[in-house]
Ligand binder design. Structure first.
Ligand code: PEP
Ligand code: MG
Length: 892
């Protein structure tokens, strides 16, 4: 029905909040139009129209008429008709989804040119060369993107034309040359696409619109979306915009700009400008650009106006904006703006700068950064004091320190990285076809292009180290090498690139910790130089997150050293001490003796040996975490993990037997290994089951905990131990262990004379435990969700195997966008967590609830745990700052 649906919006109708419908580009063009900024008139076809097309294979029936009506209005406004022979209106047809997908989808410029109107354009502009150049660009872009002709055929023809004329750049080709090129291009289209290049302007426009719709689903667009976690069903909008020309001579040009430096956040004039060029030339890095500041000399009036507009935009959007603009014969036009991508460090700096400028408040500042960015800032950097051999310096496009073997094409990057090599992808410039290779590489190095080149934009988005425009490097992709002066770097040679300084080094440069980690470690404080400015920004935002968050953050740690680091990083206790980690190394033999014990007394002896060692472990841990809760989990993994490998041992014994010198101990060991061997150890004799089957094991651990706590108390410490039982499936298991534990604790209280309050609780990591949480809460003072095992058992995925086996296929097919072991599966596993939390609290209102699976340090999962009302998340020490930040973001 035509009453409610509206598939086309004029730029004057939309606004920046309509990104779902108009895409980012369309929404912001509308916003700028309504701000009174110079935007060439045009209209936007909605993502709904695209979705209909993608679902049904046909444009919605209303679309044609709506486009006609808007085109009519546009033609009236501009005083000329699309493709009109004597004075053509030309339009661009540009993709633009809700989330920016730089270079991934189609765009066609100069729609409306034909054999007839090209002469009209020439007359109107008084510039033959320009008209024919625009026409050849149209056929080239249209041929490649709409008609699917191999783009290299056009490029080769252009190269040949330059060679024939003996010129180096395309701007040196004259009208007559370009006219010949047009004939050549049309022939290419005819042979390759099996049809003539369409002369009807409306047909050009309709086909271009359709091709933009279709470009939503190209392989590279899909890959990019998976990488960036952009949903696959959003569709793209299509912007039809009257053309303005940057290729009308030296008083024209095109450029990109940032309202502040996307790498440092500093305010100033940042961007690139290219004289006498059209749209995509800048991003593609075809010719080298000049810094935006040079525009002041080239065209002061436009420069001043641009500065003014940038200020307007920043105040309006209250954020860093990036901009695409074109100058047509001294007249400035805005072609795009959006809140710009930035490096992790700049995100923190800008957020606090904007607070200081009074543009946003602290709550908003917290939303302007995220845990992934903070994690990035915690990466190590190159050691500045190391001896290095610098090869050159490019533009610091995306920070980080990357070391790897030089490769010169994406295919090799992928192949080598699959076989475990770290690689640096080196290209003259990258294009969207390099996406796979960029993902596979540790870092990206290009010899051409500025901060806004494809390589820079995409790498920043991926959080990947990138140095671009390192012009001293002669990259020869055909021969797979680059040369810098005398030095030749062949494929496979190691290089190091610093995305924070732009420096490129030969060989492996050692790395040092990040200043942000130094700050968390308490070894650095706010000051004045560049690193400290970042630290100061992180400090302020973390302080705010800590003030507003409700979730507490604990650490998964099982030794004093990790515990102390976690504490420095802001941990408010230990949420999971995996005691099996205390049984490794030389203690393994004691465990072996315990497992092999035939008689009660042998077993008791083994346990007696272990007791003081365990106790000492706990004393150290409680001391490190004095005053904060420490959740000690009793032994969890299957016992055979403590015994030798079954195959190795079998071979050893068989060999020994053949030599007739088999030793008694090996034979017993082999028997035990056989006895304990399980097909599915993860579902076998582990967790609470061990405690119930091996007499004295859990009670030894409980005794060690209780005695350690008593000793710490006597030493005037403040131990806050909690005892946690793993892999419980029914309350009966818990009740038995609980009773035994309480008895041991009572004995320790009795013998030491120290009063002890030790909370007893359980992990919820089996579906049955979650489903009977109301009953289990009768016997548990706290729950800690073990979302690793819970994910494993809810999905029936072996956590140790799947990532290497079929997950890649699942991710490729889009069955999930991210592994459920990484980000909590809200609908399945998450539902159990939510329901169990609720049921548990109904039984026991003061039940303490936490999570200690890997998800505890995953940003998206942290938000979920906040939402379902858990009390804390527990994660590895290094992820604690991330969890604090995300808990703050979830709460504000
Ligand atoms: C879990 O299962 O989520 C958990 C924390 O325990 P583990 O990883 O030690 O099995
Ligand atoms: Mg577990």
């Amino acid at each position: 029905t035509s009453e409610s649906v509206k598939f086309v919006y004029d730029f004057t109708e939309g606004n920046k909040d309509l990104k779902d419908l108009l895409g980012g580009k369309g929404a912001n063009l509308a916003e700028m139009t309504n701000l009174g900024l110079p935007v060439p008139p045009g209209f936007t076809i909605t993502t709904e129209a695209c979705k209909t097309y993608l679902d049904s294979g046909e444009e919605p029936v209303e679309l044609r008429d709506e486009v006609s009506a808007h085109l009519d209005a546009l033609e009236k406004n501009m005083g000329k008709k699309l493709g009109q022979a004597d004075d053509p209106l030309l339009v661009s047809v540009r993709s633009g989804a809700k989330f920016s997908m730089p270079g991934m989808m189609d765009t066609v410029l100069n729609i409306g040119l034909s054999d007839k109107s090209v002469t009209g354009l020439a007359k109107q502009s008084g510039d033959d060369r320009f008209a024919w150049d625009s026409y050849r660009r149209l056929i080239q872009m249209f041929g490649k993107t709409v008609l699917g002709v191999d783009g290299e055929l056009f490029e080769d023809a252009l190269e040949k034309a330059k060679e024939a004329k003996k010129v180096a750049v395309d701007t040196d080709l004259e009208a007559a040359d370009l006219k010949k090129l047009v004939t050549k291009f049309k022939k290419i289209v005819k042979t390759e696409a099996g049809r003539d290049f369409p002369q009807d302007p409306r047909e050009q426009m309709d086909l271009a619109i359709r091709s933009v719709f279709e470009s939503w689903n190209t392989d590279r667009a899909k890959l990019y979306r998976r990488q960036e976690r952009i949903p696959g069903d959003l569709g793209t909008a299509v912007n039809v915009c009257s053309m303005v020309f940057g290729n009308l001579g030296p008083d024209s040009g095109t450029g990109v700009a940032f309202t502040r430096d996307p790498a440092s956040g500093h305010q100033g004039v940042y961007g690139d400008y290219l004289q006498n060029a059209q749209g995509e030339d800048v991003v593609a890095g075809i010719r080298n650009t000049v810094p935006l500041a040079d525009l002041e000399q080239i065209d002061k009036k436009s420069y001043d106006q641009l500065m003014q507009i940038m200020e307007t935009l920043e105040t309006h959007y209250k954020d860093l904006c990036d901009i695409e603009f074109t100058i047509e014969r001294g007249q400035l036009w805005m072609l795009q703006t959006r809140v710009g991508k930035r490096t992790a460090g700049a995100a923190f700096r800008i957020a606090t700068q904007l607070v200081d400028q009074g543009l946003i408040d602290e709550a908003e500042a917290l939303q302007r950064v995220n845990g992934a960015q903070l994690a990035q800032l915690m990466f190590p950097r190159f050691d500045e004091s190391a001896k290095t051999e610098q090869l050159g310096r490019g533009i610091a496009a995306s920070p980080g320190a990357a070391v790897g073997k030089a490769v010169f094409d994406s295919y090799t990057a992928i192949k080598w990285s699959r076989s475990g090599e770290k690689v640096i992808l080196i290209r003259r410039e990258t294009n969207p076809d390099d996406l796979d290779g960029m993902i596979a590489a540790e870092g990206i190095l290009t010899s051409r292009g500025g901060k806004t080149s494809h390589a820079a934009v995409v790498a920043r988005g991926m959080g990947k180290t990138c140095v671009c425009g390192a012009e001293d490097l002669e990259v020869d992709t055909k021969r797979r090498r680059m040369t810098v002066g005398e030095t030749v770097i062949e494929e496979g040679d190691v290089v190091s690139i610093d995305g924070s300084t732009g420096k490129v080094y030969l060989g492996e440069v050692p790395v040092v910790p990040s200043p942000v980690v130094e700050y968390f470690e308490g070894r650095m404080h706010a000051g004045a130089d560049d690193a400290d400015e970042l630290v100061a920004a992180v400090h302020r935002i973390m302080a705010y997150a800590d003030r507003v968050r409700r979730l507490r953050v604990r650490a998964n740690a099982d030794n004093a050293e990790d515990a102390l680091r976690a504490r420095r990083f802001g941990a408010q206790g230990i949420g999971l001490c995996r005691t099996e980690h205390m049984f490794l190394g030389e203690r393994r033999e004691m465990v072996e003796r315990l497992i092999l014990a035939d008689a009660d007394n042998e077993r008791e002896d083994a346990l007696k040996e272990l007791l003081p060692l365990q106790k000492q472990d706990f004393i150290e841990l409680f001391e490190a975490m004095d005053g904060l809760p420490v959740t000690v989990r009793l032994l969890d993994p299957p016992l055979h993990e403590f015994l030798p490998d079954i195959t190795e041992l079998s071979v050893r014994v068989a060999l020994a037997e053949s030599r007739k010198d088999a030793n008694e101990n090996d034979l017993r060991l082999l028997q035990a290994v056989h006895r304990l061997h399980e097909q599915n150890p993860m579902l076998g004799l582990r967790g609470v089951r061990l405690g119930l089957v091996i007499p004295g094991l859990f009670t030894m651990q409980v005794r060690a905990i209780a005695e350690a706590a008593a000793e710490r108390k006597t030493a005037k410490g403040d131990p806050r131990a909690e005892i946690m039982i793993p892999l419980v499936g029914t309350v009966q298991e818990l009740e038995i262990v609980r009773e035994e534990a309480e008895q041991v604790i009572a004995e320790v209280v009795e013998s030491t004379g120290v009063e002890l309050k030790l909370a007893l609780g359980t992990m919820i990591e089996l579906p049955r435990a979650a489903l009977t949480a109301d009953q289990i809460a009768e016997a548990a003072e706290f729950f800690s969700f073990g979302t690793n095992d819970l994910t494993q058992t809810v999905w029936g995925f072996s956590r140790d195997d799947v990532e290497a086996s079929f997950f890649t296929a699942y991710l490729e097919k889009g069955i999930f966008g991210v592994s459920p072991f990484e980000t909590i599966d809200k609908d399945g596993v998450g539902k159990l967590v939510r329901d169990a939390a609720k049921a548990g609290r109904e039984t026991r209102p003061d039940l303490k609830l936490g999570v200690c699976g890997e998800h505890g340090g995953d940003p998206e999962s942290v938000h979920f745990f906040h939402e379902v009302g858990l009390d804390y998340v527990s994660c590895s020490p290094f992820r604690i700052p991330v969890a604090r930040l995300e808990a703050g973001r979830a709460a504000s």
